[in-house]
Write a protein that binds this ligand. Structure first.
Ligand code: CAA
Length: 302
């Protein structure tokens, strides 16, 4: 049983599909005030609109009272910027920050260094990374403030966050036992089941899921079957809620490729080489549902 999370105020950096979902479960389930940071005003306002839309849908379906929905709306506040610059900086009463910025190692490392300089102990410096080494991010945090590496931990949610009931907790080599317990308790407060993984390439989920998606793109590339037949095989033959190509479109082909590259580069094992088709789809910008085209076509999002 995880200990009480003791988080009174949270911040999420990056208002994309993952950041928005994390802010949502934090405000609604963990009932904690949360600032949602993004450098783009248009991304922020679109995300906050979706946030309200999710709550309104739950109210209209009778799953949530109007009062609880209003309370959740009041707990979230959009802030322009990445939380580390000038007047927009995070306040030092924030006990937990979770970054959900793009999967670019240097970008995340730079952010962790700056966050460590802003948020004193015992604030948790969390990352929603799906593949980047937490140990490396912890080292970057240590260059921002001595001792900060003990407070870095992976808190990995799954897409769509309001629906998927799992959080993967990934301690860095440097993470303290107290940080791990507080992060686990936070995951439970967000109404998620918590699993713990070592800081190994792909952690638990993506060490298994990404090679499967990559293999599916190879089967498609070989011309063995159509995307529809590949996905139907997994839905009806194995009981998966969606097939691997449809799932890749949901996750984003750019994200899938970057995770696959981490598996390949960090292990040096050729079994993880990304499929040529996956690379070319990303080159074309056909990265899935978020842009309206991936292995399938989607209506453009408002
Ligand atoms: N955001 C918010 N809610 C969503 C949603 C989204 N993107 N997509 C679906 N939902 C909601 C729907 O609104 C619906 O809610 P209601 O019950 O209130 O109507 C509910 O989920 C079910 O949706 P649907 O009936 O439309 O469709 P479905 O039954 O096929 O479920 C799904 C959709 C939940 C996405 C299901 O297909 C599924 O579980 N797919 C697999 C998803 C998965 O594997 N995610 C993990 C990806 S890996 C990852 O995220 C980590 C990483 O590091 C890459």
């Amino acid at each position: 049983m995880a200990a009480a999370h003791s988080i009174k105020k949270a911040a999420v950096i990056g208002a994309g599909q993952m950041g928005l979902g994390i802010a949502y479960v934090t405000a609604l389930h963990a009932r904690i005030p949360v600032t949602l940071h993004d450098p783009s005003s248009s991304v922020l306002s679109a995300s906050l609109k979706r946030f309200d839309g999710w709550l309104d849908k739950d109210v209209s379906k009778g799953r949530l009272s109007k009062e609880d929905a209003e309370a959740a709306k009041d707990r979230v506040k959009g802030v322009k910027g990445d939380g580390t610059e000038g007047g927009e900086a995070l306040k030092d009463d924030t006990d937990l920050v979770i970054e959900a910025i793009p999967e670019i190692p240097d970008l995340k490392a730079g952010l962790f260094k700056r966050l460590a300089g802003i948020l004193p102990a015992p604030a948790i410096l969390g990352s929603n990374t799906s593949s980047i080494s937490l140990t490396r991010l912890a080292r970057a945090a240590e260059t921002g403030a001595v001792g900060a590496s003990e407070r870095v931990v992976g808190i990995h949610f799954f897409n769509p966050v309001p629906v998927m009931k799992l959080v993967e907790i990934i301690p860095a080599l440097q993470t303290s036992a107290e940080t791990i317990e507080r992060a686990k308790a936070f995951g439970v407060a967000c109404k998620k089941e918590v699993v713990t993984s070592k800081d190994s390439p792909g952690f638990i989920a993506n060490a298994i899921l990404m090679p499967m998606i990559n293999e599916a793109t190879m089967v498609l590339e070989k011309g063995t079957a159509t995307p529809e037949h590949i996905d139907t095989t997994f839905r009806l033959g194995m009981g998966h809620p969606m097939g691997p190509l449809r799932l890749a479109d949901l996750i984003g082909l750019d994200t899938c490729l970057s995770i696959q590259r981490v598996l390949h580069n960090e292990t040096g094992d050729s079994k993880y080489r990304p499929s040529g088709l996956l690379v070319r789809m990303v080159d074309a910008g056909w990265v899935g549902e978020k842009v309206g085209k991936g292995f399938y076509e989607y209506p453009k999002k408002a």
